[in-house]
Design a protein around this ligand. Structure first.
Ligand SMILES: [Zn+2]
Length: 189
């Protein structure tokens, strides 16, 4: 496809993308292809020109067999990410962490949550009121009581999302995520 002089070769149909544009400075626009590609376009006197295309994991691109996952994950990561386990409350390394940075999937490295959306729920697991656009899939449990959340890229189990609990957050949603499903990267690193 061609967009303002940017040629993008890929195999996934364009229709699978959600476009979000946001200015990151007076002369830059970043197009987030939800979340497969980030394209930074620099505005010059001659018009728009492409400066950088960063390919990220596309949905399903990080699929592996159980055998392959066992080779790269710890036994506890495998139990939670691939077998939908739950870590014991209050034990996760990120439960009480409120440092600035980004939380990515511990399985495939796709960015999932910004620290600015993390809040202290007091429930014993890291809580976020919002995920990064398109990074997280939702699946109602078979009994309809809870909604499972997974990494959109690799399908790794993150936890569950709850709505309407009354937390004073912009979405009134609580993404209750196992610390072990996440990998935190501080903003200043
Ligand atoms: Zn993942």
């Amino acid at each position: 496809m061609t967009m303002r002089g940017v040629n993008i070769l890929r195999t996934t149909p364009l229709s699978s993308f959600n476009f979000n544009t946001k200015p990151i400075s007076s002369n830059h626009l970043t197009f987030l292809f939800n979340p497969q590609f980030t394209i930074s376009i620099r505005h010059t006197k001659r018009g728009f020109c492409s400066t950088r295309i960063v390919a990220m994991a596309s949905p399903g691109s990080a699929q592996k067999s159980d055998e392959e996952w066992r080779a790269v994950l710890s036994p506890e990561q495998f139990r939670i990410l691939r077998q939908k386990g739950t870590e014991y409350p209050g034990t996760g390394e990120y439960d009480k962490l409120f440092q600035e940075g980004v939380y990515s999937c511990a399985g495939c490295g796709t960015p999932l949550y910004k620290s600015t959306t993390k809040f202290n729920s007091g429930c014993g697991w890291p809580a976020f009121f919002e995920g990064l656009p398109g990074a997280i899939n939702r699946h109602p449990d078979p009994d309809g009581r809870r909604i499972e959340i997974t990494c959109a890229a690799c399908g790794g189990h993150l936890g569950h999302v709850f709505k309407g609990e009354g937390f004073p957050t912009p979405t009134d949603e609580r993404h209750c995520v196992n610390s072990i499903s996440l990998k935190f990267k501080p903003a200043d690193s």
